[in-house]
Ligand binder design. Structure first.
Ligand code: AMP
Length: 381
């Protein structure tokens, strides 16, 4: 057990690191952050900062030496950096789990091995593999980069055979390859946060429901709609993955749901955007749960604190510096609304700048409040 008073190292300086630092500091841990130069919202809440590239193994060793345990707020940590940390200190997520979740094809092979359904798909490294995969999967389908895809990035949609030439051109551009996935018809997207401690204690958040716009999460509502059987299946899947992967910490399992059928879309071995509503909306936040799990503290069974909770992301619309959030005078009049701004220096179109959470009598009421607040909030100088 790493007792409060000890030190937690975080690889990554984004908003997830910032929100992790809050309960870590509240519990009395020292927070050390390794982040590259540039905008790093976590640094404002860190005790010690190391400004270095994620490729810098010396810096990673320094972070490990300063910390009793190290975690990561991003899954794309270079393997050599993760190993440099893990040789010195416990790293959660582990090198092995990072390797699985950094590559869509590895991740799907892992899920297949557990008998967990996913979208039908095939690894694609060559034009020949693309052609045989498309003859199997048909249209519409999606060519997804095996590595580094995020917020719908690194994806190319093949709606009709007319898109095949462009896909043929794309395939050789990535050394680490692609995955071609048949497009599913689903009714809703759910995510389940699951946490496991070293002692093997596992807890899950009841599923959240997510709506994306242009590949980026727009709104999360809780509790999710849909069949109780689908919810139980999603929870069972998340628990199976946590146990089979030896997870220590918190992970997000994103699922597509049609009726009672649940298929996993992807895994994120870290705190997740869909879990931001747990800060004000759950008996224990995803960030505190992660800190508890990696430090060996007891895990609590999370539940919503209201009939409904919702979160709406605040995305940037322009490229500008020194952002101010306008409209708070109106948005903050609703006592059930909570506004978060991540303290990023630079606004950019589609960049996640903050979010709004609202509680309500049910999920629809919470969503209406969160959307109403988000609609009056705008970035400016
Ligand atoms: P991803 O980056 O794989 O999470 O994809 C981003 C979003 O694209 C998902 O949240 C879905 O809304 C959509 N999407 C991804 N894969 C599929 C698929 N196989 N079928 C239908 N929609 C998909």
């Amino acid at each position: 057990m790493i007792l409060p008073g000890g030190a937690i190292g975080i690889l990554g300086g984004g908003q997830l690191g910032r929100m992790l630092a809050v309960p870590a500091r509240q519990l009395g841990y020292t927070v050390n952050v390794l982040a590259p130069l540039g905008d790093a919202p976590a640094l404002g809440l860190a005790d010690h900062a190391i400004r270095a590239s994620f490729e810098d193994q010396g810096a990673a060793r320094q972070l490990a030496a300063m910390s009793d345990v190290v975690t990561s707020e991003l899954e794309n940590v270079p393997a050599a950096t993760a190993r440099a940390v893990a040789e010195r200190r416990a790293l959660h997520p582990s090198v092995e789990l990072l390797a699985i979740t950094q590559d869509r094809n590895e991740e799907h092979a892992f899920l297949d091995g557990l008998g967990i359904s996913t979208a039908p798909g095939r690894p694609v490294h060559t034009v020949e593999e693309l052609e045989s995969a498309i003859s199997l999967l048909g249209y519409p389908s999606r060519l997804k980069s095996a590595r580094g895809g995020y917020d719908g990035g690194g994806q190319f949609r093949l709606r009709t055979p007319g898109a095949l030439d462009e896909a043929r051109r794309l395939v050789p551009t990535l050394r680490r390859g692609w995955r071609l996935e048949g497009e599913l018809r689903f009714e809703r997207e759910l995510s389940v946060l699951v946490a496991r401690s070293e002692a093997g204690e596992v807890v899950c958040y009841p599923p959240f429901e997510n709506e994306h716009r242009d590949g980026i999460l727009h709104v999360t509502t809780w509790p999710a709609s849909g069949s109780p059987r689908a919810h139980s299946r999603a929870l069972e899947i998340a628990r199976t993955i946590a146990e089979a992967s030896g997870l220590v910490g918190l992970m997000c399992v994103e699922c597509f749901v049609a009726g009672d059928e649940v298929r996993v879309n992807e895994l994120a071995p870290r705190v997740h955007n869909s879990g931001h509503l747990t800060i004000e909306g759950a008996s224990v936040s995803q960030f505190e749960t992660h800190i508890r799990a990696i430090c060996g503290l007891p895990l609590l069974t999370p539940e919503p604190v209201a009939g409904g909770v919702a979160m709406v992301n605040l995305l940037g619309s322009e490229d500008r510096k020194h952002v101010r959030l306008h409209g708070c005078d109106e948005a903050l009049r609703d006592p059930r609304v909570h506004v978060h701004l991540y303290g990023k220096d630079r606004e950019r179109p589609r960049r996640k700048m903050g979010h709004v959470t609202a509680t309500g009598v049910d999920a629809a009421d919470a969503r209406a409040r969160a959307e109403r607040a988000a609609a009056v909030l705008r970035f400016g100088g």
